[in-house]
Design a protein around this ligand. Structure first.
Ligand SMILES: C=C(O[C@@H]1C=C(C(=O)O)C=C[C@H]1O)C(=O)O
Length: 122
């Protein structure tokens, strides 16, 4: 990576020394808890869209769609840079997310196939 530094103090933050270390840590953990609440709500929404999209997939290759995965990861990397965040953190997070969502999609596909073949046997 370049000498770009991602960890500069955000502008407008608490002046140094305004709260002691433990107090500030507790405050910032509260901020993180609130952000996690919003992040999970958005991830739940994203997951629902993936589930709806999966209903239209009929094979494993379409579930995996590696070209689309690359496109999403490239886009997320660019968005991270644009938002002043280390792109490795965003890409690593999305890799894990997409791995899990791919597993979820494969399970959905298998369940649909099992239900279809059980229906055929009747
Ligand atoms: C959602 C899709 O399927 C999978 C999940 C993706 C994601 O979470 O962004 C991307 C590619 C696929 O592995 C898709 O095909 O767009």
């Amino acid at each position: 990576m370049t000498d770009q530094h991602w960890f500069a103090a955000p502008a407008g933050g608490e002046p140094a020394g305004a709260a002691d270390g433990p107090t500030r840590i507790a405050e910032l953990r509260g901020v993180i808890d609130h952000l996690d609440q919003r992040i999970i709500a958005l991830l739940a929404e994203r997951t629902r869209v993936v589930q709806e999209l999966t209903a239209h997939k009929t094979d494993e290759a379409t579930v995996r769609s590696p070209d689309r995965v690359r496109q999403v990861l490239d886009r997320v990397s660019d968005l991270a840079v644009g938002n002043g965040m280390p792109p490795e953190v965003a890409v690593g997070t999305y890799r894990a997310l997409i791995d899990e969502l791919t597993r979820m999609q494969l399970d959905m596909l298998a369940a649909r196939r099992a239900a279809a073949s059980a229906g055929e046997e009747r």
